[in-house]
Ligand binder design. Structure first.
Ligand code: PRX
Length: 680
């Protein structure tokens, strides 16, 4: 039984419905003006490859048109539109100028301190051309890797597009990662250039970035040192954007100011035409081992799927919409739905440098009102934080321009979904819950806002052209009403083409659990209607505020501290951040007494939290650190994280029969009465 509750999220009848019974169909007005109707599903399933070919032809400009759609003969490495040639930056920028749309605003930049900058497509073309010329002058050529470590400023977009323009492969490293994390990513990709800034503004103060680059590159080094492939020595230059004006250390010969380099260049540059399968970027993401995976994406298929999903999932009208995605360019959402898809579609968008609560908790809503934002794409953790702050805050701003709301990064709980639609969307806007991953490149499972009767909390249906299912241990599709593993059963255009430098790991991680089909690592269930509900990760990957972190990576960081003998990390559910990092540590004997002294326990936790921030980045800091005497292990020595999760979530501890020593859990539980430290 289903109920249409589109007349109001707060009607009393709603409370009587189970979560799965709630439906929010689009209004007749919305459906009438939507870019696509329900017929698109039938078209795509009747001729999936023809459907994608048509998207690639109509949404992109090809210098050499393709004749081949999909070559899956070297599975699991796909070739999409393999004999076509194009350039990603030309598609995102130049062709709009050539078509007479140069005066359209591409970016409204809002700095955290309140400074603003507007870039039209014509201005963006000139800036990107200068940057491309500067990269070439610094010796960067097609196929080289460039690391980008920048705050959310227009230069981040320009730097990525400039790489794409010359066929160089960018590897953006989120500005919240530490020098250590940056170094390992630079090394793994063999980057020849780093683009960074003196810093960015966060929470009202300048936050430095350049020192981390200096540290990652090993401090002062000989300029133009040998390029012998040994670690950070592959880096020849560091291009530095001046953002905060803070003093920075300078390595002569290596470091170059961005503004000086660009000023010296022409604002014209001919894009380098590349094959459809030319690598566009590498983006590192956490896996189940300590070593991050360099997920790599190519050009034609990636641009096709991201542009198609952006246009239809958000019902984008490029002439009139003002689109805002609150992600950072350091994550895949920033790559696909800030830099590439919106620009390829010729959209006008807002980018914002800072945090939602600086200088006040209404900052986001003030920005929505100021620019007349019509489409907002954000993460459940942000929505829950705003719920906590209270609805009177958004209530102070005119949010009537909004017409579509999107959610991404983690399961959105029905309460947050309902609040988002009611308080931010004025009970008017469709809400699209979009499931996808760094690996998928673009949105895979989502409602279509003019078609789908939305169910709060469910991502619902694979998009037209996408094949997903929920299967059991033997790869058999589960019946409606049952749960299992989420898989993708057909190749899709924006799919990853591999893990940089480690194709075996690519095959092992995604294609071996169920041979021939892609294993996403997420649990899911199908409801009575066959709609998909995501249930979180089934592996040792945590999702903290929509960011992926690996338990193993944080454990390695903890044991690299001299105090720690052993560590186990779990993700415990958290009301605001979805999951929170909880660490169980065993100290080395010489430090054990310290925790028993008054006040010292908290110090140990603070020290270890700071250490994790240094090793990985502040986002990985455990919320809670518990010092224990033992860890629960199976007889083969595997840590039983399931039991630790029970402890961290204050549940009765589950089945302990496979433990080598079943008294361990009693010890841990007893010790928990005096937790060693919790973050604020
Ligand atoms: O567990 C799923 C969750 O985020 C993971 C992918 O993380 P990442 O590669 O960092 O990309 C995040 C942005 C696309 C997935 O395996 N996830 C992402 N979107 C959703 C989600 N879980 C539930 N619902 C979603 N809409």
């Amino acid at each position: 039984m289903t109920h249409d509750v589109s007349n109001g999220g707060s009607s009393p009848a709603l409370e009587n419905l189970s979560v799965e019974e709630r439906r929010f169909p689009p209004s007749a007005e919305f459906a009438a003006q939507a870019n696509v109707g329900s017929e698109i599903y039938a078209w795509a399933s009747a001729d999936r490859l023809g459907f994608w070919a048509e998207q690639a032809r109509t949404l992109l400009s090809w210098q050499t048109p393709f004749t081949e759609v999909l070559d899956w003969s070297a599975a699991p490495v796909a070739r999409w539109f393999g004999d076509g040639r194009l350039n990603a930056c030309h598609n995102a920028v130049d062709r709009h100028v050539e078509a007479g749309r140069g005066d359209r605003v591409a970016l409204h930049f809002e700095g955290e301190p309140g400074d603003t900058r507007t870039l039209t497509y014509a201005e963006l073309q000139r800036e990107v051309s200068r940057a491309a010329n500067a990269l070439v002058r610094l010796g960067v050529t097609t196929g080289d890797r460039v690391a980008i470590y920048l705050p959310m400023i227009p230069e981040a977009v320009i730097a990525m597009l400039a790489c794409a323009r010359i066929g160089a492969v960018h590897s953006v490293v989120f500005g919240g990662f530490s020098a250590e994390a940056l170094r390992s990513r630079i090394d793994d990709a063999g980057a020849v250039l780093v683009i960074t800034a003196d810093g960015g503004f966060r929470r009202g103060t300048p936050s430095a970035l350049k020192p981390a680059v200096d540290e990652a590159l090993g401090g002062e080094q000989d300029a133009l040192g040998p390029i012998d492939g040994s670690g950070a020595h592959t880096v020849r230059h560091v291009l530095v954007v001046r953002r905060t004006g803070a003093d920075v250390a300078w390595t002569a010969g290596r470091d170059v100011w961005w503004h000086e380099a660009l000023e010296a260049e022409s604002d014209e540059h001919e894009p380098v035409w590349v094959e459809s399968e030319h690598p566009l970027f590498i983006l590192y993401t956490s896996g189940t081992t300590g070593k991050p995976k360099g997920i790599f994406h190519t050009t034609g298929g990636y641009l096709t799927q991201t542009a198609y999903t952006h246009l239809n999932v958000f019902d984008l009208k490029p002439e009139t919409d003002v689109y805002w995605c609150t992600a950072d360019v350091g994550w895949v959402t920033g790559h696909s739905y800030i830099v590439y898809a919106p620009l390829v579609n010729g959209a006008t968008q807002v980018i914002y440098e800072g945090t939602p609560d600086t200088p006040h908790k209404g900052r986001w809503w003030e920005i929505v009102a100021k620019y007349g934002v019509t489409i907002l794409y954000t993460a459940p953790t942000a929505i829950r934080t705003c719920m906590k702050w209270g609805e009177d805050i958004p209530g102070q701003f005119d949010l009537s321009s909004l017409r579509v709301l999107g959610s991404v990064g983690e399961p959105i709980n029905p309460e947050a979904w309902m609040w988002y639609r009611r308080v931010i969307g004025g009970e008017r806007t469709p809400v699209v819950d979009t499931w996808w991953q760094t690996e998928t490149g673009g949105i895979m499972i989502s409602p279509l806002p003019g078609v789908t009767a939305a169910k709060p909390g469910s991502a619902q249906t694979p998009l037209p052209g996408i094949a997903a299912d929920v299967v059991d241990e033997e790869a058999r599709p589960v019946p409606n009403g049952s749960g299992g593993y989420l898989v993708l059963t057909e190749p899709w255009p924006a799919m990853l083409r591999g893990i940089w430098g480690d194709q075996q790991r690519f095959v092992d991680t995604y294609w071996s659990r169920f041979p021939g089909i892609y294993f996403a690592g997420d649990g899911a269930k199908k409801d009575a209607d066959g709609d998909i509900w995501l249930l979180g990760r089934v592996d040792d990957v945590m999702n903290i505020s929509g960011h992926r972190l690996s338990t193993t990576e944080i454990e390695s960081a903890l044991v690299s501290h001299p105090m720690v003998a052993e560590a186990a990390v779990v993700g415990a559910s958290d009301e605001t951040t979805g999951q929170a990092v909880v660490a169980f540590v065993i100290l080395r004997a010489e430090y054990r007494e310290r925790v028993d002294e008054p006040g010292e326990g908290a110090d140990v936790a603070a020290t270890l939290r700071a250490h994790v921030a240094k090793e990985i980045g502040p986002i990985a800091k455990p919320r809670t650190i518990l010092v224990v005497q033992e860890l629960p292990k199976t007889r083969s020595g595997k840590i039983m994280r399931r039991l630790l999760r029970d402890v961290a979530e204050h549940r009765t501890v589950g089945d302990v029969t496979t433990l080598a020593d079943s008294t361990v859990m009693d010890l841990i539980s007893a010790g928990l009465n005096q937790p060693t430290g919790s973050a604020d």
